[in-house]
Design a protein around this ligand. Structure first.
Ligand SMILES: Nc1ncnc2c1ncn2[C@@H]1O[C@H](COP(=O)(O)OP(=O)(O)OP(=O)(O)O)[C@@H](O)[C@H]1O
Ligand SMILES: [Mg+2]
Length: 231
């Protein structure tokens, strides 16, 4: 098992004085190494909140989060920053590439804090391999502003995977793409999920994308409901 959530709760102020909205209620689940799954649910149901808690970008009000058996809720901010950089890859709806850096430079950004120079060198070689694998070779020295949305999102996928994280979190990764490019990104994510044995969680509104995943969970009233499982 890679990740275990134990009774995760999260509430936000509702905007009305004194009122709070319970977004996540006692969520418990386990994710295995290499598993892929989707979180579905209507807008405002708490999908991003849950993904951000799993990615340690946000903290739950209560509950525990075990990553390879260690309770990462207890980590300091410094420990969390190192942990995130090495173990978790993020992809968002907008690609958030640095506009002044080339495709290759963008992909190498997560390797900048690495101290192990051998591993760093390996990452460079890996970046070139992955750029070829996703058909971006002739674009490697270009700026993101000169690429299409689908091409930029492929760069973002490689950047998220460059340090070979154990967990890849994607929040509406295809939300700004047309259907063809969207399904291309999902196929790429699933291919890399298989090849690298990286666990993959995708947040999506799309039933079609959900149907490509091994497991699909609906967020209903702050709780996760398994809505399909492998037959
Ligand atoms: N930082 C915050 N402060 C206050 N309320 C918040 C905050 N973040 C999220 N919320 C509220 O929590 C609820 C869940 O938000 P969340 O972004 O997780 O939904 P979502 O399922 O990702 O929606 P969408 O599909 O639109 O992205 C919403 O009601 C939202 O307004
Ligand atoms: Mg969201």
């Amino acid at each position: 098992m890679l990740l275990r959530l134990n009774n995760i709760n999260k509430a936000f102020g509702s905007g009305q004085p004194g009122q709070i909205k319970q977004v996540l209620r006692d969520i418990s689940m386990e994710i295995d190494q290499g598993e892929n799954l989707a979180f579905l649910g209507p807008s405002g149901s708490g999908k991003s909140t849950l993904l951000n808690i799993i990615g340690t970008l946000d903290k739950p009000d209560s509950g525990d989060l075990f990553f390879e058996g260690r309770n990462i809720i207890e980590y300091s901010e410094d420990q969390l920053a190192t942990f995130r950089n090495r173990q978790i890859g993020f992809i968002f709806q907008a690609h958030h590439l640095l506009p002044q850096c080339s495709v290759l430079e963008n992909i190498l950004v997560p390797t900048l804090p690495l101290r192990d120079s051998k591993f760093k060198k390996e990452r460079y070689a890996r970046a070139l391999e992955l750029i070829k694998e996703v058909d971006l070779w002739e674009h490697r020295d270009k700026l993101p502003g000169t690429l299409s949305g689908g091409e930029c999102q492929r760069v973002a996928v490689i950047r998220a995977l460059i340090n070979e994280p154990k967990l890849l979190l994607a929040d509406e990764p295809t939300g700004s793409l047309d259907r063809k490019n969207a399904m291309g990104i999902i196929s790429l994510l699933l291919k890399l999920n298989k090849e690298l044995n990286t666990s993959l969680i995708v947040v999506t509104h799309s039933m079609e994308i959900g149907s490509k995943m091994t497991n699909t969970y609906d967020l209903v009233d702050g709780q996760l409901v398994l809505s399909n499982s492998p037959s």
